[in-house]
Structure formats: structure tokens, C-alpha cells
Design a binder for this molecule. Structure first.
Ligand SMILES: *[C@@H]1O[C@H](CO)[C@@H](O)[C@H](O)[C@H]1NC(C)=O
Ligand SMILES: *[C@@H]1O[C@H](CO)[C@@H](O)[C@H](O)[C@H]1NC(C)=O
Ligand SMILES: *[C@@H]1O[C@H](CO)[C@@H](O)[C@H](O)[C@H]1NC(C)=O
Ligand SMILES: *[C@@H]1O[C@H](CO)[C@@H](O)[C@H](O)[C@H]1NC(C)=O
Ligand SMILES: *[C@@H]1O[C@H](CO)[C@@H](O)[C@H](O)[C@H]1NC(C)=O
Length: 945
């Protein structure tokens, strides 16, 4: 191959770029760690807590896995990481020194998962900035790790320490001594059954503000006793400085008097208690508990609970009872108001198995209750005494009927959740009296009767309402709902409206010129959803739209365009749905996020302009859609697009130019990418790896998608059966240039350069034609014996972007017209597999009587096409015969054409055909083309043009 001066300089440029990239890459690629620049959005950065920890912009975060030898495995990490998350390879039981991390002087957050035989202090080298340390040894059950005295003393800024799964009794008694800044200590699963083991070790941490202990092994609460530590000091008052304390135990079987006297004011207490033990709780010395979670399987009566609530001023209580009899009410009212006014309680959550045990009258005394979550409970008709109630959650009960005025008196109720019941009917007075209600959830109720007129008009504070499934009336084919009729004037203050008719067709009527004062979020679901009065101003207030319906219509048109202010639009259709022209999406110029699900873009007549004008769009998600190919004319206005998620059901072509307009793109996700093996797509690999601004993620096709590497991508070969590895395919078929450039650059670059400059100066302009003519003569000589016996009537040279035209127009009009029937050679169909692509082109070219070049902008851009063109013109020069036919698929401005000398010259000297815009002229066009390509009647060659 011969190189021009330009190609040589391009070659040097390429090799310089490669070199730079490898340099910077050495800082990034690490065998065990992933490193992330904190300046950037974390996106898909893996693993746990690292992603959530606060981070400083100028630093790095590193996550390392399967670490065996810390010092060696962390080599090569940037020194300025401030967050390090590390998990040790399982079964490695080594000694660890905090000094291992001293190379990271900026380290603030250190998270280590793994069990060590011992942990040693930092020694000389301090970690001056570390303030968060998380040690998690639980992966191997209980971690028996020896931690020497004063281990954490030198970590002068340490304020948060978590030890999870480390056996506390294996540590030195004075392990925590000397810490001066520790504010928060979190001890989980310390494998001890005596609370003293924990408390005696930590009672010298004077700075402690927050204490979490989760010790499921502790069953007996005994008085604090530090004798085993050989200390005479009485338990100090350090624990009374605690602003937050959270103790969680297993099943408590015994509480000693004064056992919790060291702690006056407990934030949270969690455990399983029997009734007898529960009654001992106030004797433990504790004064107050804010939140009490009590579970258990023994029977407990409400009176005991009320006593404890009263004595310990409990504010919130969560009761869970696994026993079928569970909480017993003894026929009394819960916490009789007369006996003991319980004013502390603000939240009661009951999770009961015995659904029959509570009746409305029992709530009469609970006037201070602000939240009431009752699961699995029959509907109560009477709430009138609960005038302070703000929240009522009655989901997943069996409520089938709500009497009129059922909620009367609940004047403070703000949120009413009656989803997932069996309600069939809503009347004008069903919700009467709920003046403060802002949230009403009626989802998943079979509303088979008409919603009565004015049913919601009196809910003057209502903002968010969820209705479904509206089935009324069952006999009518289409469900009709007049929104003004049922909501009246409150329609203008809604911020969220959800209406579902589930699987039935629904027709909505706005019914008035009412406009919303809010940015409305509208969510609609039905088999089909249509509107009767589409030009109502109401639609202009919708900023968030979610439509889940095969068809979303105004008359027979797509309804989308009436939502002129919409910023996020999520539309789910069905691939089998009747085709409706979606082009008007390109009028929704305020869109920031667009999600299309199961939309068939293949059958859209103007699929390429659907996404035009969407210059504000930041997120585009296409799930289970179908598309012909991705190309630049589709994405041309996506200059704000940051995130693109592509999940197509069909096999499609991806083209380079589609990413060109995407100047803001950060994340590109391909879910189940199925594409043809084509060198047109080879750029994807180099682009994804080289273009660091964009994070490209490949997801496998399964329901629970898993990430796979670009290197594992497969493609579908032209025979439709083989699925070779795409990287290997491109290496074998498409990398001639790059491979050669690298080879030349490293080895013979300089020599070549000098030689070519010399030769170029002497004989520059004649070299290339000479080369092609020689090549042509050579091939001609080799082929002369087969001359005249052509395998094809025409070799079609075209860009893959024009494949659709070839398949839909060219093939039917040339191959199926006759007799004689023409045989065309297409690279996508007729190339021999496994053969070198250049050889394939040359072969096909010479086995065809004519070469038909389909000229378009894409054609001019494609490298393979220009090669085909070169080969064809060299053949033209050699054979001196009319073998080349040019068809212009679109008008190419002369300015553009002049850049392609060879073609420009041909156009000047030869006639060519233009694909007519006017469909009436198509027939004439095909007649002419067919006549030119048709084989000569006798052995004599016919002359065309
Ligand atoms: C107990 O702690 C809570 C939360 O810190 C605080 O609001 C309350 O006043 C404290 N009670 C006593 C008696 O110290
Ligand atoms: C009501 O309770 C259910 C079940 O616990 C829960 O999913 C739902 O979010 C709750 N509703 C509200 C409004 O909090
Ligand atoms: C919808 O209800 C409003 C208010 O009652 C009424 O004015 C309007 O005529 C109704 N529209 C239809 C089509 O029934
Ligand atoms: C509602 O608005 C439309 C056009 O915006 C207008 O033709 C119609 O007269 C209005 N109707 C009422 C009742 O104001
Ligand atoms: C959107 O783009 C299309 C095609 O590019 C154009 O015909 C149409 O007028 C544009 N619409 C708006 C509202 O800008």
C-alpha cells in the first residue's frame, strides 16, 4: 500500500495519541481497585457505602476487592484519595496495621470488610485526617481478632467508629482508651451476652454523643459490673451526655433491677419481650424511652403496654406480635383515658395477626395519636373521636363498603390511604368532612359503580389523588369520566392526579375551561386512553405526564402534542399496537426527560424527525422499542442530552454519527444490544474506550440485567446465524488501517517518511493512478479467461445507512422485474464469509457486469464506499467500457462534491441518474435503470449512455 504525505502525518499523529493514552491509563487501571475522580458524577461506580460517603472534589475515591496483601494490593493508587473502601479476600486471616494506609495522608473515610487475626495501631505514621472508620468482620461469623490497647489513640481526628461482627471479649479491655474526638460509636453483633463487656470498654470515651449497640445475643439485662476489667472506678456519668442512644437486643428473658440505671434517657429500644419481662422494664432504672419496638410471640395485654407507655413516657411504639391471639384487649378500651391520660404517645403501629380484636370504640381515648397504621384490619365506620388524627393508613384490608359520613370528625386528617381494598363505590358524601385532607389514595379498588358527581368537590385541601381501578359501568365498552363533574373547582389545585381503568378503554372529559394553578403531574393508565375535549387549557398546566396505554389519542391523532408545557413524559404503548403517528413529539420543546416503552419506531413514517427540536432534553430512555438504526439526523438536536438508555427488541444498525451531536452526553447504556457485524459499527469499541467523557454500559438481555464488558459484545453475521465476538470480528475485518498505522509508526516510520517525501517530490501526481492501473491490469490478466461470464448483473456500492432504501426500493424494482430478472450483488447479502473484505469487494466487483454507486452524504463519508469507488474507477480506466453507473439518492451541493475529486470528475464527464423526489417519476426512473443494467440480448455487449 502506498501512503500519501497526509496519511503519513496522520499516522504520526495517531501514534502520538496512543502513547499519551497509555501513559494516563497506567494511573487508572488497577488490578484490584476501581478509582473514581470525586469531581465527577459517580454514575455506575460500584459497591456499597463508598458511593454514599461525603467526598471532596479534588480527591479520589477507591474501592478495592479481593485484597490479600494490603500494602502490595494498594500500590499504584493515587496518593490523594480521601475515601477507601476495601474488602479482603475471604479466608485470608492476616494481621493488619493501620499504618498500612499511611501513604494516604488525605484519607478521611476508611471502610474495611474482612476478619484479621490482629489489628495494630498506626505506629509512627499517623493518619492525620481519618475521621470515619468502619471495620466489618462479620463475613466469617464472629471475628476473633486481637486488638491491642490504645489502638485508635493516634487517630487524632477519628469521630465515627463502627465495629461489626468483631468479638469484643477478644479485645484488650483498654482498646478504646485514649480516644478524644470520638462522637459516634456503632457496635453491631459483638458476640457477647453481657452488656458489661461492651459498656466497661467504652465508658472512658468522654466525647461520645451517639451510641448504637446491636447485640442479639444479649438475653439478660444485668447490673453493670466492670470487676472483670480489674477496675474499681464506678461507672461514670459519661453515658448521660449521650444525645442519641439506640439499644437493640434479642429476646429478653430477664431484667435485673437497676440494670439500665446508667442510662436515663434512651432514644430507641428494640427487643422481644414477654408480658412479665415487659412489666420489669420500668424497674431497670431507665427514665424515658422515645421509640420502643416490642415484638414477641407471647400474649401481651394492652393494659401492660399502656402501663409501660405511661411510666416511660414513650412517644412512638411499634408492636408486632406473631401469636395468633397476640395482643389481648380483655374487653377494655385501650389505655383508658380516665385511669391514665397518655399524652406522650404520638405514633402507634400495630402489626397483628388477629384482625378481629380492635373495634372503633377502643380508639376513643387515644386522642393524641397522630399516626395510625393498621394492617389486616376490618374497616371501622366510626373515627369521629380521633380528632387529632393526621394520618390514617388502611391499606390491604378487606374494606368493601364505606358508609356516607364515615370520616366525619377527622378534621385534622391529612393523609388517607385506602389502597388495595375492595371498595366498589364512591358517593358524594363518602369523604364528607375531611377538610384538611391533602392526599387520598384509592388505588387498586374495583370501582365498578359510577363515581357520583361532586364526590371530591368538598375536599378543599386536596392536592394528590389516586383513583383506580375505575371500571364503571361494566356494561359500557368505554369508561367515561368527566373530571369537572366529579372534582369541580378543586381540579385547579391538584398537583398529582392518577386515574387508572386498568385493562379497559377509558375516555376522559375535562368538561370546562378550568386551568390548574399548579404544575400538575398527570398519570393515566388504561387499555387505551382518549380525550374528548383536547384543546382545553387544562392540558397546558401538565408538566409531568405518564401515559400507560396502547393508544393515547385525541380523536385519531396522538394526544401528546396537546401537553405543550410537559417536561417529563413517560409513554408506554405496545409493540403490537395500531400505528399512530408520533411525529408531534417534536413539538414538545420543553421536554427534559422522555421515556418510551414498547414503541415501534420501525412503523413510524417519519421516525427520523420524531426527536427533532428537543434541545432541552437531558434524559432519553427507550425500553423494549424497535428502531431501524441510530443516526445523526435522529439525534441532531440532542445537545443537552446527558443520559441515554437504549433497549431495543430488534436487531439494528448503530452508526457513528449518532453520537456526534451529543456534546453533553455522560452516560450511554445499551441494554441487550443486538447489531449486525459491520465495520460501520467498529468505531463503537474505540469510541467507548477512548472517549472518557461518556460512560458506556452494556447490559445483558435478562430481566435482571447484569453488566458485561464491551469485549464480550457479540454481533449477528450476515448469514443471520453466526454470532461472533464483535471485538474479534472488527480486529479480523476492519482494523487494516489502524493495525498498519501502528506497525508502520513503531517500526518503519522514519524510514518510510524519508522515502515517501523523496519519491513524492519526484513523481507525486502520477503515483496513485499508476498503482491502480497496474493493479487493474494484473487482476484483469488473471481474470481474462473468465471474462464475459459474469455472476452478477450489478455490484451495488452503497452506505449501510442507505440499506433501507436498497432493501425497500432497489431490490423489489430491479430483482423482481423481468424477464430477464437481474441479479445484484450486495455486500450485506452476498459477500463470502471469512474472506478478507478488500478481497471480497474486488472479487464481487469483477464478477459483476456493472458497478452501481448509490451516492448520498453517508456514502461520501464512508471509507469502504470510497475504496469501492476507487476500485471501480480504476477498473473503468483499464477496461475502457461503461461499467460504472452513478445514482444520486439526494442532492449533494457541488461544494461538497468537490472534496471528492474522483467523483467530481466522473460527474463532469458522465451522465448519471437522480432519484426523483416526486413519486410519480419513480416508475420512469426504474425503467431507465433496469434498461441500463439488463444483460445484453446476445453475446454482444450493448453500449449505454
Ligand atoms: C431525652 O432526649 C431527648 C432527645 O435528645 C430530649 O428531647 C429530651 O428532652 C430528653 N429528656 C430528658 C428528660 O432529658
Ligand atoms: C400505608 O401502609 C402501607 C403498608 O405498610 C405502605 O406501603 C404505605 O406507603 C402507607 N401509606 C402511606 C400514605 O404512608
Ligand atoms: C362535564 O361536566 C361539566 C360540569 O358538570 C358539564 O358542564 C359538562 O357539560 C360535562 N361534559 C360532558 C361532555 O358531559
Ligand atoms: C373555552 O375555551 C374555548 C377556546 O379556548 C372557547 O371557544 C370556549 O368558548 C370556552 N368556553 C367557555 C365556557 O368559556
Ligand atoms: C420541529 O422539527 C420539525 C422537523 O425538523 C419541524 O418541521 C417542526 O416545524 C418543528 N416544530 C417546532 C414546534 O419547532
Amino acid at each position: 500500500m502506498l501512503l500519501t504525505l497526509g496519511e503519513i502525518s496522520a499516522m504520526f499523529f495517531h501514534s502520538a495519541v496512543m502513547f499519551l493514552w497509555i501513559q494516563s491509563a497506567s494511573g487508572w487501571m488497577h488490578p484490584k481497585c476501581q478509582i473514581h475522580d470525586n469531581n465527577e458524577d459517580f454514575g455506575h461506580f460500584p459497591t456499597w457505602i463508598c458511593t454514599y460517603l461525603p467526598r471532596h472534589a479534588e480527591h479520589y475515591t477507591a474501592a478495592c476487592e479481593d485484597v490479600t496483601a494490603i500494602e502490595e494490593d494498594l500500590l499504584g493508587l493515587p496518593p490523594n484519595i480521601n475515601t477507601l473502601c476495601m474488602s479482603m479476600k475471604q479466608g485470608e486471616n492476616r494481621s493488619m496495621s493501620l499504618g498500612f494506609f499511611s501513604q494516604f495522608q488525605d484519607l478521611e473515610y476508611l471502610y474495611i470488610e474482612g476478619c484479621f487475626s490482629q489489628i495494630l495501631p498506626t505506629g509512627e505514621s499517623h493518619l492525620p485526617n481519618l475521621h470515619y472508620l468502619h471495620l466489618e468482620g462479620k463475613i466469617s461469623g464472629c471475628c476473633d481478632c486481637h486488638i491491642v490497647p490504645h489502638t485508635f489513640r493516634d487517630l487524632v481526628k477519628l469521630s465515627h467508629l463502627t465495629m461489626w461482627g468483631y468479638r469484643l471479649s477478644a479485645m484488650a479491655p483498654d482498646v478504646f482508651h485514649g480516644m478524644t474526638q470520638l462522637q459516634s460509636l456503632n457496635i453491631r453483633e459483638p458476640c457477647v451476652d453481657d452488656l458489661s463487656e461492651i459498656l466497661c470498654r467504652i465508658m472512658k470515651i468522654k466525647s461520645l454523643m451517639k451510641l448504637n449497640i446491636e447485640a442479639p445475643e444479649i438475653q439478660s439485662l444485668n447490673q453493670l459490673n466492670c470487676v472483670f476489667l480489674n477496675t474499681n472506678e464506678s461507672v461514670t456519668t459519661v453515658f448521660n451526655n449521650l444525645a442519641f442512644s439506640d439499644l437493640s437486643f434479642g429476646e429478653i428473658t430477664h431484667i435485673e433491677e437497676g440494670a439500665l440505671a446508667w442510662l436515663q434517657n434512651l432514644t430507641r429500644l428494640t427487643g422481644a419481650f414477654s408480658q412479665e419481662v415487659l412489666l420489669h422494664l420500668p424497674l431497670s432504672g431507665i427514665q424515658q424511652i422515645q421509640y420502643f419496638s416490642c415484638s414477641g410471640s407471647n400474649e401481651i395485654d394492652f393494659e401492660s403496654i399502656c402501663n409501660v407507655v405511661f411510666l416511660l413516657s414513650i412517644k412512638e411504639i411499634y408492636l408486632y406480635n406473631a401469636n395468633t391471639n397476640g395482643l389481648k384487649d380483655n374487653g377494655h378500651e385501650i389505655c383508658s383515658f380516665q385511669k391514665q391520660p397518655i399524652t406522650s404517645l404520638t405514633k402507634l403501629t400495630l402489626v397483628l395477626n388477629n384482625i378481629q380484636m380492635l373495634f372503633a370504640k377502643q380508639f376513643i381515648c387515644l386522642v393524641n395519636l397522630q399516626y395510625l397504621d393498621l394492617l389486616h384490619m376490618l374497616f371501622a365506620k366510626q373515627f369521629s373521636c380521633l380528632f387529632k388524627l393526621q394520618c390514617l393508613n388502611l391499606t390491604q384490608n378487606l374494606i368493601s363498603n364505606i358508609d356516607d359520613f364515615a370520616f366525619l370528625g377527622l378534621t385534622n386528617l391529612e393523609s388517607l390511604d385506602i389502597a388495595k381494598n375492595k371498595i366498589t363505590q364512591i358517593n358524594a358524601n363518602t369523604f364528607f368532612g375531611l377538610h384538611s385532607l391533602t392526599w387520598l389514595d384509592l388505588r387498586n379498588n374495583p370501582l365498578i359503580h359510577n363515581i357520583e358527581a361532586m364526590s371530591f368537590t368538598h375536599l378543599t385541601s386536596l392536592r394528590q389523588v389516586f383513583l383506580g381501578q375505575v371500571h364503571n359501568p361494566l356494561t359500557e365498552p368505554v369508561i367515561k369520566l368527566n373530571l369537572t363533574l366529579i372534582f369541580g373547582g378543586i381540579l385547579n389545585q391538584l398537583t398529582h392526579l392518577y386515574i387508572s381503568s386498568a385493562m379497559r378503554p377509558m375516555q376522559l372529559i375535562i368538561g370546562s375551561n378550568i386551568t390548574s394553578k399548579q404544575n400538575l403531574s398527570l398519570q393515566l393508565k388504561g387499555q387505551t386512553v382518549s380525550f374528548e375535549d383536547c384543546d382545553r387549557p387544562f392540558f397546558q398546566s401538565v408538566t409531568h405526564l405518564n401515559a400507560d396505554a396502547e393508544e393515547f389519542l385525541c380523536g385519531s391523532e396522538f394526544m401528546g402534542k396537546y401537553f405543550t408545557s410537559v417536561e417529563t413524559f413517560d409513554y408506554r404503548s405496545k409493540l403490537s399496537a395500531k400505528s399512530v403517528d408520533l411525529t408531534s413529539i417534536n413539538q414538545l420543546i420543553h421536554l427534559r426527560k422522555l421515556t418510551l416503552r414498547q414503541v415501534d419506531l420501525l412503523i413510524q413514517r417519519s421516525a427520523d424527525i420524531i426527536f427533532h427540536n428537543l434541545t432541552k432534553l437531558e434524559v432519553l430512555e427507550l425500553y423494549h422499542c424497535r428502531i431501524y438504526s441510530l443516526e445523526g439526523s435522529l439525534t441532531k438536536d440532542f445537545n443537552s442530552l446527558k443520559r441515554m438508555y437504549l433497549h431495543f427488541e430488534n436487531i439494528y444498525n448503530v452508526f457513528y454519527s449518532f453520537t456526534e451531536p451529543l456534546s453533553s452526553l455522560k452516560y450511554l447504556t445499551f441494554h441487550n444490544l443486538q447489531m449486525f457485524c459491520s465495520c460501520d459499527n467498529a468505531w463503537l469499541i474505540t469510541w467507548a474506550k477512548g472517549y472518557r467523557q461518556v460512560e458506556v454500559l452494556m447490559l445483558s438481555p435478562y430481566a435482571d440485567p447484569s453488566i458485561y464488558a464491551l469485549e464480550d459484545l457479540i454481533c449477528l453475521s450476515d448469514n443471520g446465524i453466526d454470532t461472533p465476538n464483535f471485538v474479534k470480528y472488527t480486529e479480523a475485518n476492519c482494523t487494516t488501517e489502524v493495525g498498519f498505522v501502528l506497525f508502520a509508526a513503531t517500526g518503519l516510520g522514519v524510514l518510510f517518511f524519508m522515502l515517501v517525501v523523496l519519491v513524492h517530490n519526484l513523481a507525486g501526481p502520477y503515483l496513485l493512478p499508476l498503482y491502480h492501473i497496474t493493479l487493474g491490469w494484473l487482476s484483469e490478466a488473471m481474470r481474462s479467461n473468465t471474462r464475459g461470464r459474469y455472476h452478477y448483473d450489478g455490484f451495488v456500492s452503497y452506505s449501510g445507512m442507505d440499506e433501507r432504501w436498497v432493501v425497500e426500493e432497489l431490490l423489489p424494482n430491479l430483482e423482481q422485474r423481468g424477464p430477464p430478472f437481474l441479479r445484484l450483488c450486495l455486500h450485506s447479502r452476498d459477500f463470502q464469509l471469512g474472506k478478507d473484505i478488500v478481497e471480497n469487494i474486488t472479487d464481487s466487483l469483477y464478477r459483476s457486469r456493472h458497478t452501481l454507486c448509490l451516492v448520498s452524504r453517508h456514502y461520501l463519508r464512508s471509507n469502504w464506499c470510497s475504496l469501492e469507488m476507487k476500485l471501480a474507477t480504476s477498473r473503468l480506466q483499464v477496461e475502457q467500457r461503461d461499467i460504472l453507473l452513478l445514482v444520486f439518492l439526494e442532492k449533494i451541493p457541488p461544494r461538497r462534491l468537490s472534496a471528492h475529486h474522483r467523483l467530481a470528475r466522473l460527474v463532469k464527464t458522465r451522465t448519471y441518474l437522480d432519484w426523483p423526489q416526486d413519486p410519480n417519476q419513480h416508475q420512469a426512473f426504474w425503467d431507465r435503470l433496469w434498461a441500463k443494467l439488463k444483460p445484453p440480448t446476445e453475446a454482444r455487449e450493448q453500449r449505454f449512455m
